[in-house]
Design a protein around this ligand. Structure first.
Ligand code: 5GP
Ligand code: ZN
Length: 119
């Protein structure tokens, strides 16, 4: 999609600190990290929100979640079969949640204790 920051990163037009990639997913460090590990995981195809993605291509949503878990394991936030020490997946959706980039992305946050509830 034109005029989409994350599509431009997938295309290589804007640099990204890529930490994980599959045929259909792409993961890179957030430019303004909110935790020691803060990675964004996206589908390479443009979908605005998780709700729109799951309707259009549910398998791709599953691939994004699998990629997020792989990133967490790679970053030492979990093991293949266990949740220790732990991490958080966040999908800000819409204006009330503060979504600023309208290409669906999972934030993978970890490396510190994460307060609940979030703001
Ligand atoms: P949202 O607020 O939509 O849930 O998350 C968008 C995220 O994209 C924010 O955490 C923001 O820091 C990150 N971001 C915005 N512009 C860039 C950029 O140019 N590069 C990278 N790596 N992250 C960005
Ligand atoms: Zn896009």
């Amino acid at each position: 999609m034109t005029d989409c920051l994350f599509c431009a990163m997938v295309a290589g037009d804007i640099p990204a600190d890529v930490v994980h990639e599959t045929e259909r997913t792409f993961a890179f460090r957030d430019i303004a990290p909110q935790a020691p590990t803060h990675v964004l995981v996206i589908p390479k195809d443009h979908h605005a929100t998780a709700g729109l993605l799951v309707g259009a291509d549910p398998t791709l949503l599953a691939e994004v979640v699998a990629a997020a878990h792989a990133v967490a394991v790679q970053e030492g936030l979990a093991t293949e079969d266990g949740p220790e020490p732990g991490y958080r997946l966040v999908a800000n959706t819409g204006p009330a949640a503060g979504q600023t980039v309208h290409h669906v992305h999972l934030h993978v946050l970890g490396g510190r204790d994460l307060a609940w509830p979030p703001g």
